[in-house]
Design a protein around this ligand. Structure first.
Ligand SMILES: [Zn+2]
Length: 404
């Protein structure tokens, strides 16, 4: 998984050499603008444009530079490029901002490699600690701690990256929508009010591996057959009107021993439960787990359920949302206030300071985490203009030393 891209699309995984290379490009561009650039103890990159009043807390913007395997060219990087463009505009403006402005490229936002999403921003927010890192493993058994160490990041020192709420006034992330709400509505901008929660579970099903020819059908304990029923149960649960709004996906299934002449003795499922309602998110998850136990026992298999991650939905604060919508109105830019089905670094950063998000449209029916992911440069330009004006709006409207 740590090797450079193979197959179509972009493969730039969290805490890989390629991700570090992208951070270097970000840092050298920002240093070229005269900003003060640093890598924090968790591998996040931060570039600071000084404000007129150094005693004021900072306003931030940015996104992530890692991708899923065989992903698209816009998820995350659009928001980092937006930050670079805003930095270029603000650093050459005749009137410097009052607050320091910090431009951030977060490390390891995607959960694809280690199971946990937003690792860089979770460390910043104090939600992930050094002691958590050895247990987060990729498919080759390499932990976040080991991957960090291989890149020269000390996994025991990551908590030094934690942000102090007194030092931050607000944060806005620009991101591609990763859905088709905006293109379907012909709307150039989404302003996010709510980010879905996500519960990730791993289910291991243990049956009995034996010969496909020698074992009669009625004596089998087929782990894959049980797993398949669980996959369909997950889908029907999410389709049940009683769980309307829940999205459940089994995105990964591993079968052992994986031989055409052996009845599968073991199967592992990775399941992602998303919801905008925290109570329904947990109810749907526990109902899915109880159905999985029933299916496993009816098929004479054993199961083990592990909760890999459990993040609640986040309602983003109205003050930042208002700064964005006011700015959009002042620029004559149409927008739609909408929830985000995907999780984002902003969800974590909102634990430190009031945060908001600007969505730009995703073409090709909103496809994302795929090489077909596409946002047009003209749509991105509208988003970057709005981000610039919104940050200026925050810079002039935030009066207190610490607005948290
Ligand atoms: Zn992203």
């Amino acid at each position: 998984m740590c090797e450079p891209a193979s197959g179509p699309g972009i493969t730039r995984l969290g805490y890989s050499a390629l991700e570090r290379k992208a951070h270097e490009i970000f840092q050298s561009y920002m240093a070229g603008l005269g900003l003060e650039v640093s890598t924090d103890a968790a591998g996040n990159s931060i570039a600071e444009l000084p404000g007129q009043d150094p005693s004021l807390p900072a306003i931030g913007t940015g996104s992530h530079l890692d991708s899923v395997p065989n992903g698209g060219a816009f998820d995350g990087i659009a928001g980092v490029v937006a930050a670079m463009e805003v930095a270029r505009t603000l650093s050459t403006a005749s009137q410097p901002p009052r607050h320091p402005i910090r431009f951030v490229a977060f490390a390891a936002e995607e959960g694809a490699r280690f199971g946990q999403a937003c690792t860089g921003s979770r460390i910043i927010s104090g939600l992930t600690k050094a002691r958590d890192l050895p247990a987060l493993l990729d498919q080759d058994g390499i932990s976040v701690a080991q991957a960090m160490a291989a890149l020269g990041i000390d996994p025991l020192a990551v908590e030094k990256a934690q942000w102090n709420p007194d030092d931050w006034a607000g944060f806005i992330e620009l991101h591609i929508e990763q859905g088709s709400v905006l293109t379907d509505a012909g709307m150039p901008i989404g302003v996010v009010d709510l980010i879905s929660g996500s519960t990730r579970i791993k289910i291991e099903i243990k049956g009995r591996a034996s010969h496909t020819g020698g074992t009669p059908m009625h004596l089998r304990a087929d782990a894959l057959a049980a797993a398949s029923e669980i996959v369909l149960a997950a889908e029907s649960l999410a389709n049940d009107p009683g769980h309307h709004g829940t999205r459940i996906t089994v995105g990964k299934m591993d079968v052992f021993p994986g031989s055409i002449t052996t009845i599968p003795g073991e199967c592992q499922l990775h399941i992602d439960v998303r919801d905008t309602d925290p109570a329904r998110q947990r109810v749907s998850t526990s109902e899915l787990i109880s159905r999985a136990y029933d299916i496993a026992s009816s098929r004479k298999t054993e199961i083990n359920v592990e909760i890999l991650a459990d993040a609640s939905p986040v309602i983003l604060p109205i003050a930042i949302r208002n700064a964005i919508t006011t700015s959009a109105a002042s620029q004559g830019i149409e927008y739609r206030v909408m929830p985000s089905g995907a999780s984002h670094d902003t969800q974590m950063i909102n634990h430190v300071c009031p945060s908001g998000m600007i969505f730009v449209p995703s073409q090709n029916h909103g496809v994302s985490h795929s090489p077909d992911e596409l946002t047009t440069y003209s749509d991105l330009a509208v988003g970057i203009d709005l981000l610039t004006v919104s940050l200026r709006e925050l810079d002039s409207s935030l009066n207190t030393q610490n607005s948290h």
